[in-house]
Each structure stands twice: as C-alpha cells, then as structure tokens.
Design a protein around this ligand. Structure first.
Ligand code: FAD
Length: 305
C-alpha cells in the first residue's frame, strides 16, 4: 500500500498540467509546511527566522520543467538576485540549484555558462553554491561539470547518493578535488541495474560513504532525517576527533523540526534546506511520496481551509 501511494505521488509530481494549474492557483495541499512561500522575499524572511534560531540555511529556487533557453537564463538571473539579497542582508545562507534548471537538457554549454555567471557573483559575495544531484542519467554529466567548475571556483560543492552502486567509486574520483559534498540516500525512483533496491544496503552504503569522505579529511554534509545515520555520524566524529568545522548536519525545511533544534542545542552545525518559488507542486508531491504518513497532515490542513 505504502509503495502504491509513493508511486502515485511521484506520478502526480511529474504531471505538467497539474504543475501549471498549481502555479495558477497558489500554494495548497499543505505545501507551506515544506516550502517557504512562492517568492524570494518569503524565502529571505524564512532564512532570517531560521538564522535567529541558530540554523544555517541553503535555499533552492524551485524550477520544474525548464525547457527553453530563456527560462534557463531567467532561473540563473533569479539565483544571482537571491545571492545578492543574501549578501546584502548578511544572512547565513548558501544556495542550492539543479543543472537541469540551468538548461542542461537543452544544451550543456548553456548550463555551464549560466553556472559561470552565478559562481562569479557568488564568489565575490561570499556565497557557497551546491549543485543538487538529480536522477541517475544526469549523474555523470553533473559530476563532470562539477569537476570542471571546481577547478576554477572554491565556493562550489555537490551531492552524492548512497543508493547508487557507483558512488563509492565516485568518491575516490572526486577526492583529488577535496570536494565539499552533501551525502544523501537519493530521492529518485531508480532501477536495480544502477541502485540498491534494498533499504538496508542503502543505509550501509550511506555509513560507508560518510566514513570514507570524512576520514579523507573532506568537508561533509550529513543530509538525512534518519536517526540511525545521525547517531552513526556522531559516534564516528567523536571516535576520530573530527573537528566540528569539518562537517555539518542537513535536513529539509519542515521535516523533523524538533530534532533539528536538538541538534543545534547539542552543539552541532545544522543547515536547513529551504525550497521556495512558484513551482512548489512537484517538490511537495516528492515529499509526500517519501513518507505517505505526511498525507494525514496534509488532509488535516485541507479540511481546515
Ligand atoms: P529515510 O530512510 O527516507 O528515512 C529514515 C527516517 O527518517 C524515517 O523512518 C523517518 O523517521 C525519518 N523521515 C524521513 N523522511 C521523513 C519525512 N518526510 N517526514 C518525517 N520523517 C521523515 N536527494 C537527491 O537525490 N538529490 C539531492 O540533491 C538531495 N538533496 C537533499 C538535501 C537535503 C538537505 C536533504 C535532507 C535531503 C536531500 N535529498 C536529495 C533527499 C534524500 O536523498 C532522501 O530522499 C531524503 O533525505 C530521505 O532520506 P533520509 O536519509 O532522510 O532517510
């Protein structure tokens, strides 16, 4: 039943017509729990509030289905505007983005030129950029572009996914770049040819990747809501006396907020991933797919409207 619901929400999230309708009618289906409003101003207000509670932030301007050059350049312009606003207001926030929203599926060079525009401003204004990892067919090209950009900029990191068999080799390949990596389990539906179908294998691989990356001396973002992974990482850093400025925890906005606060109180760095923008619909459906138990929350919210 849970798998059925998961597939249903992933299917809804990919539907273009529903995405367009959702944009037209504004945020609903409990999206405000996971998305910090439709505008940059709303996101800046949320960053300010989170910073005041001791959290660092990374913002993500949601953009689904970018399919022409104009839209990709507009997305990049918006990122630049966000970087300037973060720096002008002295907020503690990074920026996360997806290469497909920079035009990767239209033309590789378009995405790279948009990245250069963003990174130049971000470097000048002291804002760190993370390239999110998308589905497996985009993995190699994302890592290639990351390496190309990393050779020129030091304010850039990316993401690796523990559900992919290849990731352990990717870590070795990336190591000479001393990359700042966010380690996640992986959010897309991938076939068994490329990804571990069994959650226990994903969890084991997650622990393995965190261990390798941290002990190679690289900055590691442990991005998970899974208590077992959090406890594992805490034990690992204590045993190996990894300094607190070499790693951080990350969670998504609206997920396990009480635990997020505790992690800060325990003295660790905790960064909240804050998505915002008109394209809230697909993101919201993926969060529901991840944990159909959240549907009960959404239904309650809808009944209250
Ligand atoms: P899971 O195994 O999914 O869950 C373990 C436990 O965590 C659950 O039993 C529950 O107790 C708790 N939990 C998990 N999800 C929820 C929830 N929605 N509500 C309440 N409790 C929950 N994926 C990518 O593919 N590419 C990316 O670039 C990417 N960036 C990310 C950035 C951040 C900061 C984070 C936190 C995640 C990101 N992800 C990304 C998503 C990630 O891959 C997983 O899909 C997601 O984090 C769920 O996996 P998990 O590690 O939390 O553990």
């Amino acid at each position: 039943m849970e798998q059925l619901l998961r597939n249903f929400f992933l299917f809804l999230g990919k539907n273009r017509r529903l995405t367009v309708l959702a944009k037209k009618y504004g945020m609903m289906f409990g999206a405000s729990r996971f998305v910090a409003g439709a505008t940059l101003e709303g996101a800046l207000k949320t960053i300010h509030e989170l910073n005041a509670q001791g959290f660092s932030v990374t913002i993500d301007h949601l953009g689904e289905f970018v399919d022409n050059e104009r839209e990709a350049c507009d997305m990049a312009d918006h990122c630049i505007q966000a970087i300037e606003a973060i720096a002008d207001r002295g907020l503690d926030s990074q920026l996360s983005l997806k290469l497909t929203s920079m035009g990767l599926d239209i033309d590789r060079e378009l995405a790279i030129s948009n990245m250069h525009r963003i990174l130049k401003v971000a470097q000048k204004r002291g804002v760190f950029i993370t390239i999110d990892m998308e589905d497996e067919p985009h993995c190699q090209i994302t890592l290639d572009i990351f390496k190309e950009l990393r050779a020129e900029y030091d304010n850039i990191g990316t993401v690796v996914q523990a559900y992919l068999y290849r990731t352990v080799d990717d870590l070795q390949d990336l190591n000479p770049y001393h990359p700042n990596l966010r380690i996640v389990k992986g959010a897309y539906k991938e076939p068994p040819e490329v990804a571990f179908p069994d959650k226990r294998d994903v969890d084991e691989n997650y622990k393995n990747l965190v261990t390798i990356h941290l002990l190679q001396g690289n900055y590691t973002a442990i991005a998970t809501h899974d208590e077992a992974m959090i406890q594992f990482a805490k034990k690992l850093v204590a045993e190996h006396q990894v300094p607190k400025d070499r790693f951080e925890f990350q969670m998504l906005y609206g997920i396990r907020p009480e635990r997020q606060k505790q992690i800060v109180e325990e003295g660790y760095k905790m960064r909240i991933y804050v998505p915002y923008g008109e394209d809230w619909y697909g993101y919201n459906m993926r969060r529901l797919a991840e944990r159909p138990a959240n549907v009960a929350f959404v239904l309650k919210g809808m009944l209250k409207r």
